[in-house]
Each structure stands twice: as C-alpha cells, then as structure tokens.
Design a protein around this ligand. Structure first.
Ligand code: PGA
Length: 256
C-alpha cells in the first residue's frame, strides 16, 4: 500500500516570522486531526525556502510533519556560490527535497541530467526526493506530452535500482496547470500518472512500479483535492499556492 503524500511547496513566499506563525498553527491543526483519526493516514511535508528550514524543523519536532527543501546541489561541497548541499540538509534532519521543479528548469536552466545527479546524491541520504516532471502547454497542444514525459523519466531516473523506488517520489506537474488556477482534469492527471507508472514498470520492474509514489501538482486546491487524490495512480499532491494558508492546506490533507 502506498501512503498518500501531500507536500506543500512555498516557493519564494513567506518571511521567517510568517513561516513560524504558519508552522505553529499547522502543528495545532495536525494535533487535533491526529486525535480524531487515531493515526496519521496521510504523510505531510512543507517545502520551504532554505532560510526557514531550521526554524520549522524545531517547531515540527515530535510531530510527523516533514520539512522539505526546494532544491539542492549534487556535490557535497565546493565553490558553488549560492548553493546548498545534501550533507547540509541532512544535518538539519530535513525530510524531503524537491528536485527538477519546472521553475528551476525554466528560470535557472536545470536539465534532466542535473536532476539525475541530484537524485542519486539524495538517495545516498535518508531524505525523500520529489522528482518533478511535466510538459508545457505547447507540448500538450502538439500531442507530445507523453513522449516528453517518457524522456524526462528515462533521463531523470537513469541508473536507479529497484530498491530506490521505495523512497523516490515523482511529481507530475503539467506546467500549464502550475499557478494558473487551471488544474488538469482528473482523467488527464490519472492518465499521465498511470503512464509514468507503466514506464517505471517497463524500465525497473513491478516492485519499483508498485512502490513508487506519484504525486500530481498544478492548481491543487481544497475544491479539487479529493477527486484528484482518489484516482488510482495518484498517491499524493505537490501543492503550491494552496499550501500558503493553513486552512487550505489542512482541507487538502483532510481530503478524504
Ligand atoms: P500550484 O503550484 O499549486 O500553485 O499550481 C504547484 C507547484 O508548482 O508545485
């Protein structure tokens, strides 16, 4: 059974004071929820700017809420101004890390090959990697979305072992749905996530395909979360805008 994984992606939003306020409120909300349900059926994380990782880690101590980063370098150290490494994140007990987000690809020139190097480095740590893939509107309109995602998958996941899929999370995020308010339909999201799982089955075997968790991302909000998350090949969500308010984020976590 794959446990549903809801991760917030704050991008470059919230000052430290705002982040701390959010985290304290989230802890209160999650504590209430755990009591009601008796167990945490959904895994949750918030992926925040580097600067807030340590403060949030401290606030979430003793809870099941993970703190995640939004990017990382593949080298452990070196002359890479402005970058952060996996050992630096591990020292703070960071639970997960987004890699290959379309905004990193579009504005900072990240390539599938970089994502693959980052993924291999993260897999040597205890963190959960969230590998983002997704097509542009032009690629979808040209009917090329499946070909493109297959290519992204094959390069980003190159040379992984079957075991690695117990931890690796894929986030299918069509670029035309990110921050636009226009989510993919349940069928479109399911269709692409099931294709990704088929590809992984063909490349790495059934154990890998059955254990890998695939999130959908792109305008997930309280109103559409339940429909999307109940699709058979969708095991979670990567949530941007709607993760910035505790109330919205909690409604998504409580999608059932
Ligand atoms: P959105 O962002 O939910 O605001 O569309 C999703 C993402 O970029 O991960």
């Amino acid at each position: 059974m794959r446990k549903t994984f809801i991760a917030g992606n704050w991008k470059m939003f919230k000052t430290r004071a705002e982040a701390v306020g959010f985290a304290r409120e989230l802890v209160k909300n999650m504590a209430g929820r755990e009591k009601e349900e008796g167990e945490v059926a959904v895994e949750t994380a918030v992926c925040v700017p580097f600067l807030h990782l340590e403060s949030l880690r401290a606030i979430f101590d003793g809870t099941d809420i993970k703190v995640g980063a939004q990017n990382v370098h593949f080298e452990d150290e070196g002359a890479f101004t402005g970058e952060i490494s996996v050992p630096m994140l591990e020292e703070l007990n960071i639970g997960c890390c987004i890699i290959g987000h379309s905004e990193r690809r579009t504005y900072f020139g990240e390539k599938d090959e970089d994502v693959n190097k980052k993924l291999h480095r993260i897999l040597k740590s205890s963190m959960i990697p969230i590998v983002c893939v997704g097509e542009t509107l032009e690629q979808r309109e040209a009917g090329e979305e499946k070909k493109l995602i297959r290519e992204q998958i094959s390069v980003c996941l190159s040379e992984l072992e079957q075991e690695d899929f117990k931890r690796t999370v894929i986030a299918y995020e069509p670029i035309w749905a990110i921050g636009t308010g226009r989510s993919a339909s349940n069928e479109q999201a399911q269709d692409m996530c099931s294709m990704i799982r088929r590809e992984i089955r063909a490349m790495f075997g059934s154990a890998a395909a059955d254990s890998v968790r695939i999130q959908y991302g792109g305008s997930v909000k309280p109103e559409n979360a339940s429909d999307i998350l109940n699709m058979p090949d969708i095991d979670g969500a990567l949530v941007g805008g709607a993760s910035l308010e505790v109330e919205n984020f909690m409604k998504i976590v409580n999608y059932k």
